[in-house]
Design a protein. Structure first.
Length: 386
């Protein structure tokens, strides 16, 4: 296991009927901006319930944060925060709203109005000294943004990840009842997103990190067991609770502590979303199976472990175990009604070349935990996915 620092200050408030506790979680004298996406949070009464819980506090609403949050939209919220002297930002929504709110919190205290500077540090922490305090009411389990310090923002038609310790939510409310109105497609995408968050921290190089591995394997097996139940049965609250907690633990830092990480699938997927508008979780499910087939020699030891411990494959040669584990993973995504080939989404050879060109433009030319996944290999993976 490699050396690591682990820090996570987020207070998780988990369970049904917890929104009323907002009054105890936010300072009484705070001026609060509530951020949200489309109209579903309004339609189903979530915003009204949140406002009622905040009682006498002054509240500003900012809606319209996109599924892939756009820089220009968020800057409008930043201006309001500054003009109105907002003290606290409260995200009510899924990963995009939470990511956008993290950016708003950082940008509102940025020393200049060149807020895009926050986005140009990649996976290195943004060197910020101050940010607005933020909290989250998570309504879509998927990204783990409710318990981490990262986000992804779209700027100039490109997706930029950013990280900053000041972007950790002070608290996040995870109430499974708030997820019951989600369309099935969003549940499926969330299952795939959480699953692949674990994979990109787990299916790398073996460093004998037994605790991290077994936590990751437990999350994967739970998603395999309870993800489809959540998708099929809207009233199965036990499965829904396990799905929500799996998605949070998939990317709260514990699985990736002290181990090499490989975010190749995410980097390719970001380009597919930016160019073709395919939902994030769906792009990951499209890419991962053939990425694993292409990289199986690089990930051999962990793929065997994945086959045996996650998919319970005990028979056959090591090569057969690896092949069957990848096939089972792809079949799992397909069982969620996620089609895992590019042709279905209208992406042809020209589309593949466009993805490659943009990745080169973004400097994404040496991916994986070993830094040897070149754009030629990305092209092979995408062609195999047609």
């Amino acid at each position: 296991m490699n050396n690591f620092d682990y820090y996570n200050p987020t207070h998780i408030v988990f369970g049904q009927d917890r929104l009323g506790e907002l009054d105890t979680l936010i300072p009484k004298n705070a001026k609060v901006m509530i951020t949200f996406g489309g109209q579903s949070a309004k339609k189903y009464g979530t915003i009204d319930t949140v406002k009622a819980a905040l009682i006498e506090r002054e509240i500003i609403e900012f809606g319209g944060i996109e599924p892939n949050p756009q820089y220009d939209t968020l800057v409008k919220a930043v201006k309001i925060c500054k003009d109105e002297q907002v003290d606290f930002v409260l995200a009510v929504g899924g990963g995009s709203v939470m990511d956008g709110t993290k950016f708003i919190a950082l940008a509102a205290k940025h020393p200049s109005d060149q807020y895009q500077e926050i986005l140009f540090h990649g996976f290195s922490p943004v060197p910020a000294s101050d940010a607005l305090t933020l909290g989250c009411v998570a309504t879509l389990p998927a990204t783990g943004s409710e318990m981490n310090m990262g986000g992804v923002i779209t700027y100039m038609a490109q997706k930029y990840p950013f990280m900053c310790p000041l972007a950790f939510p002070k608290f996040s409310i995870l109430d499974p009842d708030l997820t019951k109105t989600l369309p099935k497609e969003q549940i499926a995408n969330g299952i795939a997103d959480a699953f692949i968050h674990v994979i990109e921290q787990y299916l790398t190089q073996d460093t004998n990190a037994k605790v991290q591995d077994r936590i990751g394997e437990g999350v994967l097996k739970t998603l395999i067991e309870d993800g489809p139940v959540t998708l099929a049965d809207n009233e199965n609250m036990d499965a829904r609770k396990n799905f929500i907690w799996s998605a949070t633990n998939a990317l709260n830092g514990i699985i990736g502590a002290g181990v090499p990480q490989d975010w190749s699938t995410h980097m390719i997927g970001h380009e597919m979303t930016a160019q073709f508008g395919i939902a994030h979780g769906r792009t990951l499910a499209i890419i991962l199976p053939n990425l694993l087939r292409e990289r199986k020699d690089k990930k051999r030891a962990k793929l065997i472990q994945f086959a045996e411990r996650v998919w319970d494959i005990k028979e056959g040669s090591d090569d057969q175990k690896i092949a069957l584990a990848i096939d089972k993973t792809e079949a799992f995504f397909n069982s969620l009604d996620i089609v895992t080939n590019l042709t279905h989404y209208g992406i042809d050879n020209d589309g593949i070349e466009s993805i490659i060109t943009n990745m080169e433009k973004m400097g994404l030319t040496a991916l994986s935990e070993t830094g040897d996944l070149t754009l030629d290999i990305v092209r092979k993976i995408l062609i195999a996915t047609k």
